[in-house]
Design a protein around this ligand. Structure first.
Ligand SMILES: Cc1cc2nc3c(=O)[nH]c(=O)nc-3n(C[C@H](O)[C@H](O)[C@H](O)COP(=O)(O)OP(=O)(O)OC[C@H]3O[C@@H](n4cnc5c(N)ncnc54)[C@H](O)[C@@H]3O)c2cc1C
Length: 360
């Protein structure tokens, strides 16, 4: 019999989970209180920079890196497939990543060597950028990017073509503890039924489950980004001390981002605009004369040590969790979807799922 699944939240994590389930023959409904692939203030997936790499992987645990590297390995083929099946190009681009000082070069190079990530010690000026903190940079030529709003459009089209039901502008109520979930109520009083349910509601996941035994340590972490269109763009992504710039193929340039613990406040601020533009101009002085075209924010699903929760619910039999991907949900989403779906099918996931178990 076809397994019926309801997914709560239509960001990248919900959409990738739906794709994985459809490929296993499930009948899938995504419930999204806004619109899937729309650019709604607050949600994280469209707002992200789209770097398919965990910025400084040597600072993270092997469990974070297991998901980011597995996810990153899937993207090239996934973007090609989405393009051929939907006609939407998600701007996948191996633009490479230039790491400017200060960073621990010894640790970085040792990590790259251990993980067979191609790297080269270079001089920053050879890449046409200004490095106020020193010339000794590291070039990672295989790091890729996608353009999140385009990728989400491609996902949406693929899901439509594959008969996923999208219940948009539909919000689910916080859940009460129960041994088995027979139905989940919407705020309009409708009850949705399914064999299995998956929570992929990003920064809002704690609120949704706090009356159950799952104690999700997920909280919103705002990130702001600026958009430029410089006369001459960078050829590669550049990172310097917590700040990055991402050139798009059509001449746009992103500069971001912040990590702000301000609850569910999604508004952008002048102070951050000034801070980010100063950092961007320090690397590319020519930006001083360029207008900021756009300034936006997203609320990441923040978790301690950036470790997502990919797990069965601890005490609701047919409920699963795939949330809390914090800074790297775009990178992790394909691998994370494979893991949760394996658990839903009673299989052993390709990566050991124990480190991502739900706190109780
Ligand atoms: C500024 C910024 C830059 C980033 N850059 C990168 C990057 O370069 N690389 C990278 O890998 N990651 C990046 N990220 C992180 C990445 O964007 C997130 O980790 C990822 O988008 C999380 O996806 P999600 O699907 O869990 O959450 P979301 O996209 O927030 O989706 C959750 C969805 O659930 C819905 N929802 C919530 N509650 C309910 C409810 N009760 N009923 C129905 N629907 C509900 C919400 O409306 C929302 O659409 C960045 C994030 C930000 C903000």
């Amino acid at each position: 019999m076809t397994k019926k699944v309801v997914i709560v939240g239509g960001g990248i994590v919900g959409c990738m989970t739906a794709m994985e389930l459809v490929q296993r023959g499930c009948s899938v409904t995504i419930v999204e209180r806004n619109q899937i692939a729309s650019q709604t203030s607050g949600e994280s997936s469209w707002a992200g920079g789209g770097i398919i790499f965990p910025l400084l992987p040597w600072l993270y645990s092997e469990h974070v890196n297991a998901l980011t590297s597995s996810g990153a390995n899937i993207y090239r083929e996934l973007s090609q497939r989405l393009q051929s099946e939907t006609g939407v190009d998600s701007d996948f681009d191996q633009s490479g990543f230039l790491l400017l000082p200060n960073f621990d070069a010894e640790v970085a190079q040792a990590w790259c060597a251990r993980n067979q990530l191609p790297m080269q010690a270079v001089k920053a000026s050879a890449f046409g950028v200004q490095s106020l903190s020193g010339e000794d940079a590291l070039w990672l030529p295989t790091v890729c990017q996608i353009r999140p709003p385009y990728f989400m459009q491609a996902m949406r089209k693929w899901l439509e073509k594959n008969n996923v039901t999208m219940l948009e502008h539909t919000e689910l109520m916080p859940l009460k503890q129960t041994p088995t979930l027979t139905g989940w109520q919407t705020v309009n009083g409708e009850t949705l039924t399914a064999d299995q349910f998956v929570v992929t509601s990003g920064a809002w996941s704690f609120e949704l489950l706090k009356e159950t035994s799952a104690k999700l340590n997920v909280k919103p972490m705002r990130g702001q980004i600026l958009l430029y269109k410089p006369l001459k763009n960078l050829d590669q992504m550049v990172y310097r001390e917590g700040f990055y710039m991402i050139p798009r193929r059509d001449g746009y340039l992103l500069a971001g981002s912040t990590l702000e613990d301000v609850g569910f406040e999604a508004a952008v601020t002048q102070a951050v605009r000034d801070e980010l533009s100063a950092k961007a101009e320090a690397i590319m002085p020519e930006l001083k004369n360029q207008p900021i075209i756009k300034h936006w924010s997203g609320l990441r699903p923040g978790t301690p040590e950036n470790l997502p929760i990919i797990s069965a619910h601890p005490s609701i039999e047919n409920l699963y969790l795939n949330t809390g991907h914090f800074r790297y949900g775009l990178t992790m989403a394909p691998a994370s979807a494979q893991m949760v779906v394996a658990l839903m099918f009673g299989e052993t996931p390709p990566i050991d799922s124990m480190p991502y178990a739900c706190p109780v």
